[in-house]
Design a binder for this molecule. Structure first.
Ligand SMILES: [Zn+2]
Length: 441
């Protein structure tokens, strides 16, 4: 139900905050944050006293602290840019948040945390400018945060866009893509690119396994490379942006939109929309009975998210290869998918002591395979079974091309930090032993 980030030690804090919010939502909070400021659909609640107090400077003498106005401007600009200009699905009024018509931002002391975005909607707090039927989606922003130096309010706003579009909350998507989105308002059109935009796509299994465990850094190896390839300059024209956005300035006179570039907005929008479809497929196939917090973050979602990304990517670049959510790929975490590495064309070589061993997979269908297994003194064509993480063949199913046929072999596919290997035990008529083959790139 909530998203926190930036600092690992914050995790403990999160629970405390969540508890406080639940307890205080209807009573204490309303009293503590009795001031409010409205900018379009953005409603900022704040206080000028106590530990949640905001800095009181009011250079423009509007009667509202500049800090409050500046945070409202950043949230407004992010929401307007993504949903009105770039046509991302607007969480306000979407299917999940049907009656929601405003974004409530509460400024409070979050300790070391910068912000939190919540994915459940609620009745809006009553204000003279609103109606009694108003509903809100909400975020908390640290009351000490300076939006002229910190992009968190825009970051949390993008989470609300994600929540409105899809139930998936796996961090490599949720935080990775949101890091990409920060470049909309921030300087530069894109962050670091640490994976070749030219692929291969889909990425190798080992990369996917790493990706599925990433958070913010997924920006560098997935989202930014895709953005870079689909949108070279990322220029947003003044006409597209409109005067209201391009002329919006913080209280110190600097523009809220730091530059006019953001690479990859179109494809990210299409991916977000596609995720709204794939989450239904996942819900059905994974037999969820609700989108509980656990289900929203389950590892099993990852292949569905990745499929949505690749499907949209392929519409622009037909060279992007197929990626299907097969039973074996249902989790991108290591042990369940290692078996998929044993595919046709894959080459496996012996670890140091058995350097001259080489196994090449020639054919595979269902649980059967054919491979060429060779060493200095012999060449064998073996037929065996490959199921899940197990690979095996019997000596009777070996055709000795050169030398003898060896023995029965039983192997287990495992992942380690160097890649994927198969640990074998073999048994002959009067001897036995072990060896390891490692998958070659
Ligand atoms: Zn976040």
């Amino acid at each position: 139900m909530q998203q926190t980030h930036r600092r690992a030690p914050l995790r403990m804090m999160t629970f405390i905050i969540a508890g406080t919010l639940l307890f205080s939502a209807s009573t204490a909070s309303a009293q503590q944050h009795k001031e409010h400021h409205v900018l379009g659909p953005i409603r900022v609640f704040y206080t000028t006293e106590g530990k949640d107090a905001v800095q009181l400077d009011d250079v423009d003498r509007t009667g509202v602290p500049d800090r409050v106005e500046d945070i409202a401007k950043q949230v407004w600009a992010a929401h307007h840019l993504f949903c009105d200009v770039l046509k991302f699905p607007d969480p306000l009024g979407c299917e999940r948040y049907k009656k929601v018509n405003c974004i409530q931002v509460t400024l409070r002391d979050l300790g070391g945390g910068n912000g939190l975005a919540f994915d459940s909607s609620q009745r809006a707090r009553q204000i003279p400018e609103g109606k009694s039927t108003d509903r809100a989606i909400v975020m908390s922003i640290n009351c000490k945060l300076n939006p002229m130096k910190n992009i968190t309010p825009a970051h949390e706003t993008f989470h609300l866009v994600q929540y409105g579009a899809t139930f998936f909350k796996n961090s490599w998507f949720l935080e990775g893509m949101t890091r990409w989105s920060e470049h909309a308002l921030a300087r530069e059109g894109l962050g670091l690119v640490k994976y070749s935009p030219r692929g291969p796509w889909p990425q190798k299994l080992q990369h996917l396994q790493q990706l599925s465990k990433m958070k913010y850094d997924a920006e560098h190896v997935l989202w930014n490379p895709i953005a870079a390839r689909t949108d070279r300059d990322g220029l947003l024209s003044n006409k597209l942006l409109g005067k209201k956005l391009t002329s919006l300035r913080y209280s110190d006179g600097t523009p809220v939109l730091r530059d006019r570039t953001l690479q990859g907005a179109e494809i990210m929008r299409d991916i977000v929309i596609e995720l709204g479809k794939l989450d239904d497929v996942a819900f059905e196939e994974l037999k969820y009975d609700s989108w509980s917090e656990k289900n929203q973050r389950a590892d099993k979602n990852s292949p569905y998210i990745y499929k949505a990304v690749m499907d949209v990517y392929r519409r622009r670049f037909p060279s992007v290869g197929p990626y299907e959510v097969s039973a074996g790929k249902r989790s991108m975490v290591q042990k369940k998918t290692a078996g998929d590495a044993f595919q046709v064309g894959s080459v496996w070589k012996g670890e140091p002591k058995f350097k001259d061993l080489k196994l090449t997979v020639l054919e595979r269908s269902e649980g059967r395979f054919k491979a060429r297994f060779e060493s200095q003194g012999w060449v064998r064509e073996v037929s065996g079974t490959a199921n899940g993480n197990s690979v095996s063949w019997k000596v009777k199913d070996v055709r000795a091309v050169k030398g003898n046929a060896g023995g029965d072999n039983q192997g287990t596919i495992v992942s380690d930090d160097r890649g994927i290997r198969i640990d074998f035990t073999w048994r002959g008529s009067n001897n036995q032993g072990t060896f390891t083959l490692r998958k070659q790139d």
